[in-house]
Design a protein around this ligand. Structure first.
Ligand code: 5GP
Ligand code: ZN
Length: 104
């Protein structure tokens, strides 16, 4: 079966999308581990951080994280988490950055 995040990107699966441009999509994690738990995902299917070589894309992802953190009110306090590989807890083999926050 096709990658679940590619399905979301291609609108073949539903997701609560909070931001999207031609390169990046941001949507709510289906199983949130914090009051705010978003996934920042490049639209290109890159398997993991180990396979990312595009510096511009990496920079744009972090600019997007900052922009979205500001938009949802967690700019002053949040976590960015990246799981890399099965032993690093990566369950979806499409590069994604967890943006977590909103704790009291
Ligand atoms: P990982 O463990 O790979 O770092 O994180 C994968 C994340 O994707 C998990 O937090 C999981 O809850 C989320 N997730 C898995 N499948 C779906 C889905 O179909 N839709 C959404 N919105 N999130 C998903
Ligand atoms: Zn994919």
């Amino acid at each position: 079966m096709k990658c679940i995040f590619c399905q979301i990107i291609n609108k073949e699966s539903p997701a609560d999308v909070v931001f999207e441009n031609e390169k990046i999509i941001v949507f709510k994690d289906i199983n949130p581990k914090a009051p705010v738990h978003l996934l920042v995902v490049p639209k290109e299917h890159i398997k993991s951080l180990n396979k990312l070589e595009n510096k511009e894309l990496l920079f744009e992802i972090f600019l997007t994280i900052k922009k979205i953190a500001r938009k949802v009110g967690i700019l002053q306090g949040h976590q960015v988490i990246i799981s890399v590989g099965e032993k690093g807890g990566q369950e979806v083999d499409h590069l994604h950055f967890h943006l977590l926050g909103g704790w009291k």
